[in-house]
Design a protein around this ligand. Structure first.
Ligand code: 5GP
Length: 130
């Protein structure tokens, strides 16, 4: 069965898209730890990030770096943090989270934001992707 993220890639489930290229997609996490919390995925479904080939992994990280730079431009923050968990969704993904303090990166405390706010955050980040 296709992962929920493959359904997002296929357009069967909506997302707040931030960036896309041929092999990768970046979209806002539905339950962000902080406004601008973004997930970066390979379009081709693979469960575990560290099972990716070296070349696919490097390409994903380079794409994530581009998105992280855009997040830093769009969202006032001290740093953009990167994390990998993969405990919930079995489709490799990188979390990018704009943070000011350690407490901003707490996977036990996520929130929801109104749809119009999510759409405007995604648009602000997308506008900064070079
Ligand atoms: P992890 O697998 O890294 O432990 O967590 C998966 C992340 O995906 C969580 O932060 C969760 O909020 C997010 N997530 C789960 N389902 C969806 C979804 O359908 N859409 C979006 N945008 N994010 C999701």
């Amino acid at each position: 069965m296709a992962s929920i993220f493959s359904k997002i890639v296929a357009g069967e489930i909506p997302c707040y898209k931030v960036a896309e290229d041929e092999k990768h997609l970046a979209f806002l996490d539905i339950n962000p730890m902080a406004p601008g919390h973004t997930l970066v995925i390979p379009k081709q479904e693979i469960d575990y990030l560290f099972d990716m080939t070296e070349s696919d992994y490097i390409d994903l990280e380079l794409f994530a770096r581009k998105v992280a730079v855009a997040i830093k431009e769009a969202i006032p923050c001290t740093r953009v943090a990167e994390a990998v968990l993969g405990l919930e969704v079995p489709h490799a993904h990188i979390h990018l989270v704009p943070i000011n303090t350690e407490a901003d990166m707490d996977f036990r405390h996520k929130t929801t934001l109104p749809g119009d706010q999510m759409a405007s955050i995604a648009a602000r980040i997308a506008a900064q992707v070079k």
